[in-house]
Design a protein around this ligand. Structure first.
Ligand SMILES: Nc1ncnc2c1ncn2[C@@H]1O[C@H](COP(=O)(O)OP(=O)(O)O)[C@@H](O)[C@H]1O
Ligand SMILES: [Mg+2]
Length: 142
């Protein structure tokens, strides 16, 4: 288990860190993102998705109403946001298990909401706002 911690000073730096993380992601991969509203989860995912060459950063937005956005074809990436999940039954209809069974990269915002125990191999990313522009990003890899 390795832990990596950085502090970024702008959204651009957080995106750049996401592009670096993208280099480490080989499918199947599960990335669990933790942190409050505005912590920078979506911003980091913009960097990951653009870093993998699947879409430009501006096309990456929180999938708040549909829960999941899909990117890519041969390399498939699912961007999941659990913010609006209210009960465990909704998690089941979402079919996270099926997504994970695919040779895909699955990024989950608000992973705090996952009720089941998460796979040990998941990459866990904790984001925290230190000030208006500073974010501490801690990555724990299995
Ligand atoms: N260093 C930084 N990293 C990421 N976002 C930052 C940073 N500094 C300021 N911000 C701002 O914080 C907000 C982060 O929003 P977002 O990525 O949508 O967070 P979340 O998905 O965690 O709710 C954006 O408005 C962004 O411009
Ligand atoms: Mg978000």
């Amino acid at each position: 288990m390795t832990t990596l911690e950085v502090t970024t000073s702008s959204p651009e730096e957080t995106q750049a860190f996401g592009r670096r993380l993208a280099d480490q992601l080989k499918p199947p991969a599960l990335v669990l993102l933790y942190g409050e509203l505005g912590a920078g989860k979506t911003t980091l995912i913009k960097g990951i998705v653009s870093g993998l060459g699947l879409a430009p950063a501006e096309e990456v937005t929180s999938p708040s109403f549909v829960f999941v956005h899909v990117f890519g074809d041969r390399l498939r990436l699912y961007h999941v946001d659990l913010y609006r999940i209210e009960e465990p039954a909704e998690l089941e209809t979402l079919g996270l298990d099926e997504l994970l069974a695919e040779q895909a990269i699955v990024l989950v915002e608000w992973a705090e909401r996952l009720s089941w125990s998460t796979p040990a191999l998941a990459l866990r990313v904790h984001l925290e706002a230190l000030s208006d522009e500073e974010r501490r990003i801690r990555v724990e890899g299995g």
